[in-house]
Design a protein around this ligand. Structure first.
Ligand SMILES: [Zn+2]
Length: 111
């Protein structure tokens, strides 16, 4: 992928992530510090304890329900900084079929 193409997807992803986060955060009302989009090789997203959310620009290339899963997953880490039962409960409030979606992710590779 060339520089211009990457720049395009990066901005598309950032717009998508920001708009989906404002949508879901009406429900969660969590405190977000900064949202960034990066070229990550192995992860779809990550979250820091400072409230910074990072996303792979490739979320822009995912089907909408899978992109939403990645976005809500990182957002919920601002409420539960782990993968505890409570974390999955929080996530299931807006993505009730998350188990099905998780299994779909196993078939997708980041490349
Ligand atoms: Zn996680």
């Amino acid at each position: 992928m060339g520089k211009r193409e990457f720049f395009y997807y990066k901005n598309t992803a950032l717009e998508l992530v920001k708009s989906r986060i404002s949508y879901f955060n009406v429900f969660y009302n969590l405190k977000i510090n900064k949202i960034s989009v990066k070229n990550q090789k192995t992860r779809w997203g990550s979250c820091s304890k400072k409230g910074n959310l990072n996303f792979n620009y490739r979320v822009a290339l995912l089907p909408p329900h899978l992109a939403d899963y990645v976005i809500v997953h990182e957002l919920c880490h601002l409420g539960e900084f782990n993968h505890s039962v409570n974390f999955w409960k929080l996530l299931s409030k807006t993505i009730p079929d998350y188990k099905k979606i998780k299994s779909q992710f196993k078939k997708i590779r980041i490349r």
